[in-house]
Structure formats: C-alpha cells, structure tokens
Design a binder for this molecule. Structure first.
Ligand SMILES: [Zn+2]
Length: 573
C-alpha cells in the first residue's frame, strides 16, 4: 500500500483511482449466453446462485453434519473453486507475478462473494519461497449467512472464503499457502481480516485447521498412546490431498477400516494403493498385529504358492528348511496382495480357499493351518476384464470385490500436486542431505501440465531427481525434472525459447542431443555411476508398474540381472 505520510487511517485498505483496470480486464472474460444456457468466466461454466438459498443450504449442512464436518466440506468446496480460478489466471499470462496474484481477490469480487481490501501489498517471491498477505474482507457473503442463521459465533465463519484463498494462492504460486481468518464479522468484528502465509510456516495447531489435509483426520481416529500416534503419523506421511477424489478415497478407507471386510483397491500403477492399504490397516482393530505385503507380479509363478503359504522341508529340491509363508506371518493382521491379477489360476484357487475356508497348508505339508488374516488386494488393470478373458477366477473376483475402492490417477486430481510436491521436496532434501530453495515457475507449470503416467510415485521420483540435479541452495528448473525418459513418451515436453515449456506431439521430434545434454548434466553434477544406475532402474521399474520381467525387457537385461541390481540398489524390500 501507499505509505506516504499524511494518509489518514481511513484510507488504509482503499484503492486509488485507476486500480479498477485489472477488474475490468477480468470482466471481459465474463460472458452471458442465455441462448445456450451458459455463463462463462475465464472459460469455466459458472452459476448465478441465490445467496439466500445457498445460505440455507449451508445452514442445513451444519445441521445435518455438525459444524466440523460442514466446515471441512465448505472449506474444500472453496479450495476447489480457488484452485480452478488460480489455474485459469496462470494460463492467462505466462509466468507468475504479484500482479497476477492480485487478480484472485478481484475475481472473488466479480463472483460476488466479498470485497477485498489489502492491508498491505501481498509479498510474493517464489525464488525465496516467500509469501505474505494481509487483507480485510468486507461484505463477506458467508459471514452474513452465518450471522443470519446462527447468530454471533465464537470463531471465524468464512470457511469457504478462506478455502478459496488457500486454493487460489496454492494453484497460482505452486506453494501450499494457508490463510487464516483472525477477525470475522460473524464474531462481531466490523470486518473480517485474513493473514496468508506458506502452510509450512504456520504452527502445527494452525496448519491442522487446513482441513483438506487428511493426515490428522486419520491419525485422530487412532486410539492409543502418544508414542503410537507418532509412529502412525510417520507411517501415513505422504498421505495428503485436497482433491475431492483423494478425500472420497480417504472417507471410504475410514468407513471400511473397522469392519474387517475384504477390500479391493483399484487404480493405475503408482497411485498409492499400498499407502492406502497401510492407512487402512493402521486404523483398523488389527493394527496391533502385522501387515504383510506381497507383490504377486514380482514373484515367479512357480514360487508364488511357497511365498504365500510357506514350505515344508523337502517339499522340492532346494527346500532345505521349513519356512512360513505370508499368510502365516500376517496371522491376526492384514495381508496385502498387490497386483493380484498376476496370480495364475492355480494360485488363485488356493487363495480363494484360504479366504473362504480360512485354512491352508504349506507346500509339501499336510497339516491344516488356520488363516486369521484380513485380505486387502490391489489390481492395476480392470479385474472384471480379466475374468471375462478367462484369466481370473470369477468366484475369487466376487470374494475380493466386496468393497472396491478406486483411487483416481494423479492427472485427475491435480489439486494435490502442490501439497505432494512440498512434501516430497522436504523428504528428498533430507534423504539427499541437500538444500534447494524450491521450484521455478516453469518447473511448476510443467508439473501442472504433465500427464503423470506413473502417478504419485513418478512425482516423488521426479522431485528427488530435481533435488539431485539442482545446484546446492538453488532452484529446481524444468530440465532438472524432465531430464529422464519422459521425452520418449507421447505427452512429452521440451524447453522452448526463453525457458518456456513446449508440449510435443510426437516422441520422435525430441531434440537429437537430448541424451547428450542429460549425460552432461549428470556429469556436471558429479552424480556417481551407481546413482545413475539406481535412477534408471527405479524409473524403469516404475514405468513397468513394478514388473521385473518388463523392466528387464526395457533395459535389455536378463531377469536375473535386474533382480541382482535391484537388490544391490536396495530397490526391493
Ligand atoms: Zn469472516
């Protein structure tokens, strides 16, 4: 704001003449088309809702769900709106700037929710990871609705509005930003006031108010000692999301966890099926017993039964010792069967029996053993299609499909990218003992636009690569992120003039010297040969969905060679 002396306090937070230009330029993006039944703002379909009826809906939500759950829903609704607007504003002009950021408050005025008056000009420096905002809100729609239906409140009530500010600033800057209301008309103040800072800079108890972060909700469900809660919290690290898709999955997991029911997670490779399975186990009554995982695709078919059910000594050549299988080790707990479609029909029959009859035998054994395990399975491909193709047992399918949960791919929940990026950045910096200041604007743009065939796992790998390749204390740029095999994929990018990101239609138009550039970068960074091998392996494994045979084909190696290297690089359990 203008800090010239002599400016009266009444002037604080008002705008000078000519300041309306940005608002008018935005209004040009608002189109009424009654002939087609559409209103569009920045090419998004909008609705003109009656504020009174929306206020009544809000009141009914509070009545039906309780104040906490209603607040969570409305915050998320606002976050979604803000996020969409933030992305649209980013698309208007290349790069981000404080001026672009100021368009968010203007949009909210055009949309009729509130009048925004800056107490101070927003400070925003992406290179320094700096963000600070301080606004007064006048005529907040939400505060008016709250006052009318519920009277004066003991705490701020502009939940959807704050969620919008979070979503807009997070989408626009690429950093998770959290706004906190410190004064609210619904509490009897003359106007509402909000402070915005990076989420990481808020104290924990305030950050927990960011209700779109589900970790706390999960952890709160856990009864038990403080110590246990910390363990579980560590277990659920990486478990963040603001999208409706993520939150729907989280809700289903919370719902089914206490029941003991069989659960089937469906979704593309890398969406975090095992992560959700672990969350489910940790909030289930079986959490005191082990959770045992097996990736059915990673075990050769002739060994899978021994792995699942155990072996008696002498069952076959090489079985010199008796050993328990995964069913036995998971006794009393949870058994996670990843990529269950990879099991052959014979093994499927044995698994079905173990689930149905709750008993099994070790390979080469005669003793009937009791299986007290909860089955959680995961499948990449459409299991029903496998049934129809005769590759998967119909009866086992119905046994597993009691409670199917579909996890959406990352490209369908892009709102989660900033939260996940911030988390993986912290984690990679700790793992690599290196500090970087953040991501450049073009790097964030690339993360938005990329299709993420490898989903959350790919994002994590990419951020780690960025941390490795970026200068110490520097900024991660596009070429640090997209330095790998992404160029070979259909939806690829390359760097255009001025560091802008250009989407390539065909893989064969990739720059001919791309490989050379990549190798030079790695050499310049002093990355060790072992590290390069480990990166290549991890990437090939991700792209083949964890399938070792496919990984071997991709790298023109024998399966055994890949297994040896995976073990040496500590990429297997
Ligand atoms: Zn308020």
């Amino acid at each position: 704001m203008d800090r010239r002396p002599g400016r009266s306090r009444r002037d604080r937070g008002t705008r000078r003449e000519g300041d309306d230009a940005p608002t008018h330029s935005l209004i040009e993006h608002l189109h009424f088309s009654p002939d087609t039944g559409h209103i569009r703002l920045l090419e998004q379909r909008m609705l003109l809702l009656h504020a009174d009826s929306f206020g009544t809906l809000r009141q009914e939500l509070i009545g039906a769900l309780g104040i906490d759950r209603a607040r969570e829903l409305l915050t998320r609704l606002g976050y979604q709106q803000g996020f969409d607007d933030g992305q649209r504003i980013r698309a208007l002009a290349p790069g981000t700037s404080p001026a672009g950021l100021e368009l968010g408050p203007r949009l909210r005025e055009i949309e009729g929710f509130v009048r925004n008056l800056p107490n101070e000009t927003m400070r925003y420096d992406i290179a320094q990871g700096e963000f600070y905002g301080d606004y007064h809100w006048r005529a907040s729609w939400e505060a008016e609705a709250h006052l009318r239906h519920h009277g004066v409140s003991g705490s701020p009530a502009c939940w959807m509005m704050a969620g919008y500010a979070d979503g807009f600033c997070t989408a626009y800057t690429g950093m998770p930003i959290h706004w906190r209301e410190t004064e609210c008309v619904a509490m009897g103040h003359a106007q509402c006031r909000v402070i915005g800072r990076p989420l990481a800079e808020w104290p924990d108890d305030e950050a927990a108010h960011a209700h779109f972060l589900q970790v706390d909700t999960f952890v709160d469900t856990l009864a038990g000692s403080r110590q246990r809660r910390e363990d579980e919290a560590a277990e659920l690290e990486g478990f963040v999301g603001a999208s409706a898709g993520f939150n729907n999955v989280a809700r289903l997991v919370r719902k089914v966890a206490p029941t003991g029911s069989t659960v089937l997670f469906k979704g593309e490779s890398g969406v975090g099926k095992e992560c959700f399975a672990r969350a489910l186990h940790s909030i289930s009554p079986r959490s005191g017993s082990p959770m045992v995982s097996i990736n059915c695709a990673a075990i050769p078919p002739d060994l899978v039964e021994a792995e699942l059910f155990g072996v008696e000594r002498g069952a076959y050549t090489g079985a010199t010792q008796s050993r328990p299988g995964r069913f036995e080790r998971a006794d009393g707990g949870t058994l996670f069967l990843d990529e269950i479609a990879s099991l052959d029909l014979r093994a499927q029959g044995k698994v079905l029996r173990a689930i149905q009859e709750r008993e099994y035998e070790r390979v080469g054994g005669i003793e009937l053993r009791r299986a007290d395990v909860r089955i959680v399975a995961a499948a990449n491909q459409d299991l029903w299609a496998e049934v129809e193709a005769g590759r998967f047992r119909r009866d086992l399918f119905f046994r597993l499909n009691v409670f199917p949960i579909e996890i959406p791919p990352l490209k369908a929940r892009r709102e989660d990218i900033p939260l996940l990026t911030a988390l993986f950045l912290q984690r990679s910096m700790a793992r690599c003992h290196k500090t970087v200041r953040g991501l450049s604007t073009s790097a964030y743009n690339a993360l938005w636009q990329y299709d993420w065939p490898g989903n959350v796992r790919e994002l994590e790998n990419m951020i780690e690569r960025g941390v490795i390749l970026a200068e110490d204390d520097g900024i991660i740029d596009v070429q640090h992120l997209f330095a790998g095999g992404e160029k070979l994929e259909a939806a690829a990018f390359h760097l255009g003039p001025g560091g802008t990101l250009v989407r390539q239609r065909h893989a064969d138009t990739a720059p001919a010297d791309a490989q050379e550039t990549l190798v030079d970068q790695l050499l310049d960074e002093g990355v060790s040969f072992e590290r390069i091998e480990s990166l290549v392996l991890a990437r090939a494994l991700t792209r083949s969905g964890g399938n070792v045979s496919a990984t071997a084909r991709m790298l023109a190696l024998k399966r055994g060679q890949v297994e040896y290297r995976l073990k040496r690089n500590d990429l297997t359990e």
